[in-house]
Design a protein around this ligand. Structure first.
Ligand code: F6P
Length: 549
């Protein structure tokens, strides 16, 4: 805990930094992005870099060497390099839960085959054994048949990561096992999955760090009851694997001891795809693919450890997030993968960023006077172009965008992939460059339109431009590139969070809703509602009436 005088100094310091950034923003707004490109023929090369299998172009941002230097000074003043060193050393940066946050140590295992933590080694050894047993037919369904399908039952971080990676890698080779994902407690989800899988040859992974999550326990219970009834057997134990930090709870739930993969307590849900929570990935694509994913993340670990701040790509992207949030007042950013098999990336990043940086107090528990994490959203290109890109181009808010594309398609047909890439590149160009009303009016008049008609129409057609974006390219979407991409976003999040002085590793804000839902379960079943607000009581009455009819 820091002393009161430290805290006072920190607040004063924060105020100084913010006012420096705001002054810089006012200054930089007067230089349009298009102008910056005209002024500096080397701009693209100066503000882009290779990062392992990725190429990152951040030249279409409102930055120049002064701004970058100020942001890097901010990073060093806020101790970003030291915080990364502490993270790697296993310091308990998750101070509210008193837990380590050494995610690079997970990825190091993929490259060295070992870690300095026995719990990590035994987790991966157990995972590799399980995957080999399933693929080799040593672990089979109750009737002795090899598994063909795997259903990952988990939610939040126990779902988004494996779901994204399985989908992303499914375009390379035919999956070894067909994967399905059940997260939501809505009974339609598990019902539809169970209707689609073969009972005899389906393996269920019950993925829950706490093993207490309502959705996961309910879906797992439903799956087990269904399997027992389908197979007309009570013992369906070989069909259920658990991934958890609470092996005793998994055992009490009825999971066989030898089918429980134990993940160290410090591994947080939204960062857990690197751990045994990624077992669905290894089952569907193989253990080698899983290791390649981690090795891609390890490339980024190395870069972050070795590159100076002003060349440190994830740090720069994190600083740009701070720049736009605190100096420009921007509260939303879009992630736009022009790669069908990254379509789940925006949803994955929503949890990664919004559960991590949606905080209003510092690590010390002080209420912050400045804004922190904003909203992340997006969808795959080109679908978004026929929807919300109108707002990106002409809406009243500036929304920085991430464009992500692969240079080679796994499914080349004619010119379709080239057209996809052309659309991706043209969107960032138009966002940056825009088109003025005067230019449009001239073109309309040259085409024969009367000036009094052309003038107002040109206003409608004018493209504002000056809207920033990052473009991230990869040769082809594979496990290594995906691992690098996910690690890049993690470090970007950590950078911004450490500058803001918040703890990105906890998520206290989700707890009260969970507790109240337990209370409301009682009210929906008939408990007295008189202590509730009239709106909630009214909704409950409606539900009860519907059940009674
Ligand atoms: O409700 C939020 C949360 O705790 C997430 O952080 C987590 O990823 C998810 O629930 C699932 O938790 P568990 O893995 O313990 O079931």
């Amino acid at each position: 805990m820091s002393s009161t005088s430290d805290q006072g100094a920190k607040l004063a310091y924060n105020a100084n930094i913010r006012s420096t950034l705001q002054t810089l923003a006012q200054h930089s707004i007067s230089t349009p992005l298009a102008q910056r490109f005209q002024d500096d023929p080397n701009r693209a090369a100066n503000y882009s870099a290779d990062l392992g299998p990725l190429f990152v172009d951040y030249s279409k941002h409102h930055i120049d060497s002064d701004i970058l230097a100020t942001l890097c000074k901010l990073a060093s003043d806020r101790g970003i390099p030291e915080q990364f060193t502490a993270l790697r050393a296993g310091a308990h940066l998750n101070n509210t839960e008193n837990r380590a946050t050494n995610y690079p140590s997970l990825r190091r295992w993929a490259v060295t085959g070992q870690s300095d933590d026995e719990a990590i080694d035994s987790m991966y050894a157990g995972m590799a054994d399980l995957v080999a047993a399933v693929h080799g037919g040593k672990l089979t369904g109750a009737s002795g048949k090899a598994f063909t399908d795997v259903v990952n039952i988990g939610i939040g971080g126990s779902d988004f990561g494996p779901r994204l990676v399985c989908d992303a890698l499914s375009n390379q080779t035919a999956p070894l096992l067909k994967t399905h994902f059940a997260a939501n407690i809505d009974p339609s989800v598990i019902t539809e999955i169970l209707a689609a899988v073969p009972a005899e040859t389906t393996l269920f992974i019950v993925a829950s760090k706490s093993f207490g999550t309502q959705e996961t326990r309910s879906n797992a219970n439903s799956a087990r009851a269904w399997l027992r009834s389908e197979l007309e057997l009570n013992n369906v134990d070989s069909h259920f694997v658990a991934v958890t930090s609470k092996p005793e709870s998994a055992k009490a739930f009825g999971i066989r001891d030898d089918l429980i993969l134990k993940v160290p307590e410090w591994v947080g849900g939204r960062f857990s795809v690197w751990s045994a929570f990624g077992v669905a990935v290894a089952l569907s694509s193989g253990m080698d693919s899983f290791r390649a994913l981690l090795a891609g993340g390890h490339d980024v670990d190395q870069h972050v450890e070795q590159a100076p701040l002003e060349q440190n790509v994830p740090v720069i992207l994190g600083l740009l997030d701070v720049w736009y949030r605190n100096a420009w007042g921007i509260s939303s950013q879009a992630v736009l993968p022009y790669e069908h098999h990254l379509k789940l990336l925006p949803i994955y990043l929503q949890q990664l960023f919004m559960e991590s940086a949606g905080k209003s107090v510092s690590c010390d528990g002080e209420v912050l006077e400045y804004t922190t994490g904003g909203v992340i959203w997006g969808t795959e290109g080109t679908n978004g172009q026929h929807s919300f890109h109108q707002l990106l181009h002409q809406g009243s808010d500036t929304i920085p965008c991430d464009f992500i594309a692969s240079l080679q398609s796994h499914n080349p047909i004619g010119e379709q992939h080239q057209t996809l890439v052309a659309n991706c590149f043209s969107q960032s160009l138009v966002l940056m460059q825009g088109q003025s009303a005067a230019e449009i009016e001239d073109a309309l008049v040259s085409g024969g339109m009367a000036t009094d008609e052309a003038k107002p129409l040109a206003q409608h057609k004018a493209m504002l431009g000056n809207r920033p974006s990052t473009t991230i390219l990869m040769d082809q979407l594979d496990a290594g590139a995906l691992g690098a991409l996910l690690a890049l976003y993690e470090y970007r999040l950590f950078t911004a969070s450490f500058v803001w002085g918040i703890n990105p590793f906890d998520q206290w804000g989700v707890e009260l809703g969970k507790q109240i839902s337990q209370t409301l379960m009682g009210a929906l079943s008939g408990d007295d509602t008189s202590s509730l607000d009239s709106s909630t009581a009214q909704l409950i009455a409606r539900y009860k009436k519907a059940q009674a009819t």
